[in-house]
Design a protein around this ligand. Structure first.
Ligand code: SF4
Length: 329
């Protein structure tokens, strides 16, 4: 039976089907090729990035090995004066001050951690013997609620570049192994100016030993236009040095209470003779409210020091007790 035009199968020009199929096949082929090229480009970029990261870590580790050799020379009584001096100055220029630049998100809010906008001269919580001791204590006696068991600095490690972690460990090693003179430490570049006049010691890690404490105080004494916040838990390393040398005018000594949710009345008794601030962490908002409303604690909003006006870094004329709600785990 004949099919009328427009009924049944539509009329097609001979060869059109074939052309369409060919075009489709070509398009698919082009798309596949494009995808393959994109995937190859991405894989290449990833390879290059991991190679760069590998080299960065290798360089950072080499630098630490070099620092260890320089420390030996700096402390060697038989080394010549010039060799010693050169070693000590090289070590100072190996110290890394982290600049936490102010960056904003698309809503105009400040990005980054609490100390966005100011530098920090860090140690290293993972390799610090005191921090390790406190972490072990926290694991053995969970009922004590020792904050070091859920250390912010250790938790932040996953986001922190491997090279930064190596640099932090190197800082702690250098500052705890060689006692520098004030003149030598005056050469340490700290990226502060009138718009960012504060610097935090040890955002990561604690004061390792008395040599470390002495060096930090000398850095403060030779950078008198910068206000430093020295957070510590290791009183055994800090207090003998403060007893001998006193607290520089431009340093705020901030004792960080090792236990979470201690009663405010107990915390009030923890301020040592050199402390300007006592910083305590609580598990709940109610506990923070109680410390603030009933015991005169200052609330740390825990968001950004720049928004709070760098209260911890400024003289208050009395010991300030600061309460913060625990972050993270
Ligand atoms: S009280 Fe202010 S300055 Fe101190 S840690 Fe909290 S936000 Fe930073």
């Amino acid at each position: 039976m004949k099919t009328k035009r427009g009924q049944g199968k539509p009329h097609k020009k001979p060869g059109k089907d074939k052309n369409m199929k060919n075009n489709k096949a070509n398009n698919n082929k082009n798309n596949n090729n494009g995808r393959k090229a994109n995937n190859m480009k991405k894989a290449n970029e990833q390879n290059k990035a991991s190679e760069r990261a590998r080299k960065g870590i290798e360089n950072a580790n080499n630098k630490t090995e070099q620092a260890k050799r320089l420390i030996e020379t700096a402390n060697d009584p038989n080394a010549g004066i010039i060799a010693k001096h050169m070693a000590r100055m090289q070590l100072i220029f190996m110290l890394t001050c982290n600049m936490h630049e102010l960056k904003y998100n698309e809503n105009g809010e400040i990005r980054g951690g609490k100390i966005a906008g100011i530098p920090s001269l860090d140690g290293h919580a993972v390799s610090c013997a005191f921090c390790s001791f406190m972490r072990d204590l926290a694991n053995k006696f969970p009922e004590l609620k020792i904050i070091c068991g859920t250390c912010y600095a250790c938790d932040a490690r996953e986001q922190m570049k491997a090279t930064a972690q190596i640099a932090h460990a190197r800082n702690a090693l250098i500052l705890s192994s060689v006692e520098f003179t004030a003149e030598e430490l005056a050469a340490l570049p700290i990226p502060c100016d009138v718009s960012r006049p504060y610097c935090r010691f040890n955002e990561d890690g604690d004061v390792v030993n008395e040599t470390h404490a002495r060096n930090l105080l000398k850095i403060a004494n030779t950078h008198i236009f910068i206000g430093f916040g020295l957070w510590y838990k290791n009183r055994a390393a800090v207090y003998p040095v403060l007893d001998e040398e006193g607290v520089p005018e431009n340093v705020e000594i901030i004792f960080s209470v090792p236990r979470v949710s201690l009663k405010p009345e107990q915390i009030l008794k923890l301020a040592g003779r050199h402390d300007n601030k006592v910083f305590a962490v609580f598990e709940t908002d109610e506990e923070v409210d109680n410390a603030v409303n009933n015991f005169g604690f200052v609330r740390c909003n825990g968001i950004k020091c720049i928004i709070c006006g760098f209260r911890c870094y400024k003289k208050a004329g009395r010991v300030l007790f600061i309460a913060e709600k625990k972050r993270g785990k």
